[in-house]
Design a protein around this ligand. Structure first.
Ligand code: E4P
Length: 217
């Protein structure tokens, strides 16, 4: 399973990239706002750091505008994935850009039918938002399992990019289902390393090591 980082904060990407665990980056208008930076500049900065797909989102409502913005974003770097919302207009733009060889990440997906349409329109990635479904008391991870089943049934090549991740359990479940990618906020990526038994075990080892009076170096 690939790890994308769900952020426009360059310092976080640099830190996680050092571990070699960053397979791509996703951004959206809210994350760009949070970064306080110019969108094109921050996407350029990120694409210089990470080789994998960098999702940059269009903001037009009509397909023509989305296509024009997508073509502009594609000029930033060869690893840009144009992120397009799952609307009828978005699907039209997806088809055109995908036909021209662009990677398209279809975002704001909340149903299997939407995911089916995105695959038919040639999307490279489908982004179902699990956290936002959980927020309204709908089991987000069930959607991932259902999309996986449907894509497998028909051998669609669109990759399932699990988005709106809020907990480390989302990541475990995505991996068990066999999702292709998770896009994760930096804070949650770091939580993956935590376990109370690791902390407790280390505490005991450290105390016992002090009692030995030894040093390694
Ligand atoms: C990623 O592509 C999405 O933009 C992101 O995961 C949304 O997450 P949120 O629901 O926490 O805003």
């Amino acid at each position: 399973m690939k790890f994308f980082i769900d952020t426009a904060e360059v310092k976080d990407i640099i830190e996680l990239n050092k571990l070699g665990i960053v397979d791509g980056v996703t951004t959206n208008p809210s994350l760009v706002l949070k970064s306080g930076k110019n969108m094109v500049e921050v996407i350029k900065e990120i694409s210089n750091l990470v080789d994998g797909p960098i999702s940059a989102e269009v903001v037009s409502a009509q397909s023509d505008g989305m296509i024009a913005e997508g073509l502009e974003l594609l000029k930033i770097s060869k690893n840009i994935a144009v992120k397009i919302p799952l609307t009828w207009e978005g699907l039209k733009a997806c088809q055109v850009l995908s036909d021209n060889g662009a990677m398209v990440n279809i975002t704001l997906c909340f149903s299997v039918n939407q995911a089916l349409l995105a695959a038919k329109a040639g999307a490279a990635f489908i982004s179902p938002f699990v956290g936002r479904l959980d927020d309204i008391n709908v089991e987000g991870m069930s959607l991932i399992a259902d999309i996986k089943q449907v894509y497998d049934n028909y051998n669609f090549h669109t990759e399932i990019l699990v988005a709106s991740i809020r907990t480390v359990n989302h990541i475990t479940e995505a991996a068990l289902i066999g999702a292709d990618i998770v896009t994760v906020p930096p804070k949650i990526i770091k939580q993956l390393a935590d376990h109370p038994l690791t902390s407790a075990g280390l505490e005991v080892f450290n105390q016992d090591w002090l009692k030995t009076g030894q040093k390694i170096i």
